[in-house]
Design a protein around this ligand. Structure first.
Ligand SMILES: Cc1cc2nc3c(=O)[nH]c(=O)nc-3n(C[C@H](O)[C@H](O)[C@H](O)COP(=O)(O)OP(=O)(O)OC[C@H]3O[C@@H](n4cnc5c(N)ncnc54)[C@H](O)[C@@H]3O)c2cc1C
Length: 450
């Protein structure tokens, strides 16, 4: 949607949008009911339509931070984007409940999931593959461990429909979904002693305080400054992460455990403090089976109990991808160009496509940032992201578009240069960009040699 919106705004292209779901909204349509964006709504969605009201929340877990849309708000938003912005251009057709089945030189096969009829689509310009970094979510995921009959294993979605109350909840997984689920149980008044958490690799996460835009943009600029300063001297991914933690950019769940995962999620200090009240943590990378009396993991067996609810949070979220150029002769593959912020990345790819230049040049502006999920790869990831950021900032067409885009978290920085905090961070960013690039290149090469 972000790609199509920007492309339609800046070109006279025609777009056929194909999705096997009936409506736009992607994974958000099936997300658990208590899901929210990790980031502020202020820089999520598409270029042409704001999401939310740029309100700073006064109450609750997000107090003091810019509002974060719920799953329902996001789905309503994408429906409006389609109905009020994309379809009225007269240059976009939406084929819902239609599955893309592959293609060749003769065309691309799209099959209706309603009546099985096939349409052959022949793109005049390019096929755009927006499935490459699609999200894997619990409600559409089959766990890779066995479950004995009679065991209550549910995706987080079903927690709001429990037939009977539980003696204890066992949450399986260490990603953002598991964090959201544990937070939601605690907020709902469940005693932390009645929550057991099976998690393998703890994740590094961004502290939400430093991801704030608009009137709080000084915080986001501090994040940028700390990131680049840490990048000038980090030896490798783990060392980089440690420096970011010292600077207050990264937070971990358990101060005594070195996080080995990184997927770009964001969390607040309040959430972390609450989550630390869960003391029954089982350190296991893999659950092999869940039985009525025993849970078998790669680190040994643990007891189960009747009336125990197991919550499956093991879907990959953002699954690891193999590298592929964004721009190829007859194809565009939408990917991350930054650490997180997928809508901004997709809109950037749409804008770069709208500029008339050779493919090699487009790829130079859009090096993919490939998530492996491992903290050990952080320097490689940061290097790719910084190369792209610098190339785009220097480009006389893409740079100004990017600075002004509503999807750019730093867009308000220039309006706040009178704030010494913002000015100091901007100066630090300028000072550290080149040494950060040089050092990250060296550290990333070291990661690849391992
Ligand atoms: C809980 C959660 C919170 C997140 N929060 C944030 C956030 O705050 N900020 C952020 O930037 N990112 C966030 N993300 C990352 C998120 O993945 C992206 O923001 C974005 O929603 C992903 O959109 P997508 O279109 O790539 O994937 P999806 O939303 O998964 O959409 C892919 C679409 O492709 C369709 N499809 C797949 N195969 C076919 C086929 N063969 N034929 C037809 N259609 C097909 C699917 O039906 C689906 O609708 C979050 C992810 C999760 C899971």
């Amino acid at each position: 949607m972000a790609f199509a919106d920007t492309l339609l705004m800046h070109t006279d292209a025609e777009v056929v949008l194909v999705d096997r779901r009936d409506r736009p909204g992607g994974h958000w349509l099936d997300a658990y009911p208590f899901v929210r964006l990790h980031q502020p709504s202020a820089y999520y969605g598409v270029e042409s339509l704001p999401l939310g009201n740029d309100r700073i929340d006064e109450h609750g877990e997000n107090a003091g931070f810019y509002e974060r849309a719920s799953g329902a708000e996001i789905c309503g938003y994408y429906a409006r984007v389609l109905e009020e912005h994309l379809l009225p251009t007269g240059r976009l057709r939406f084929l819902g409940l239609s599955e893309y089945r592959g293609g060749n030189g003769d065309g691309h096969s799209v099959v209706s999931l309603l009546d099985g009829s096939e349409t052959l689509v022949k793109p005049r310009r390019k096929l755009v593959d927006a499935r490459y970094v699609q999200s894997e979510i619990p409600s559409r995921h089959v766990p890779d461990f066995s479950v004995e009959a009679g065991v209550a294993l549910v995706p987080p979605n079903d927690l709001v429909h429990l037939a009977a109350s539980a003696d204890r909840f066992t949450v399986i997984g260490a990603g953002k979904t598991a964090l959201d689920t544990c937070s939601w149980l605690l907020e709902g008044g469940v005693d932390p002693d009645r929550i057991r958490w099976i998690r393998g690799r703890d994740p590094w996460q961004f502290d939400r305080t430093l991801t704030q835009p608009l009137d709080l943009v000084a915080s986001y600029m501090r994040l940028q400054a700390h990131w680049l300063e840490a990048a000038t001297s980090a030896d490798d991914g783990p060392d980089f992460a440690g420096r970011l933690e010292e600077a207050g950019v990264f937070v971990r769940l358990d101060p005594t455990v070195e996080p080995l995962a990184f997927r770009g999620a964001t969390v607040s200090r309040r959430e972390i403090d609450a989550l630390r009240s869960i003391e029954q943590v089982v350190r296991a990378r893999r659950v092999r089976s869940v039985g009525r009396s025993t849970v078998t993991t790669d680190s040994g067996d643990i007891p189960g109990a009747p009336q125990e609810i197991y919550v499956d949070c093991t879907a990959a979220g953002v699954p690891p991808a193999t590298p592929r150029p964004v721009f190829e002769p007859d194809r565009i593959t939408i990917q991350y160009l930054a650490v997180g912020l997928l809508p901004w990345c997709a809109a950037t790819i749409g804008f770069v496509e709208s500029t008339d230049r050779p493919e090699e040049e487009k790829n130079r502006l859009c090096p993919p940032v490939v998530f492996s999920g491992a903290a050990a790869d952080l320097a490689r990831l940061a290097h790719a992201a910084l190369c792209g950021q610098v190339a785009r900032a220097r480009d006389e067409t893409v740079g100004p578009w990017s600075s002004a885009s509503r999807l750019n978290p730093a867009r308000a920085a220039l309006d706040h240069v009178d704030d010494p905090d913002v000015a100091g961070s901007l100066a630090s960013v300028i000072e550290h960009t080149r040494p950060a690039l040089e050092n990250l290149e060296r550290a990333a090469a070291g990661e690849e040699d391992r």
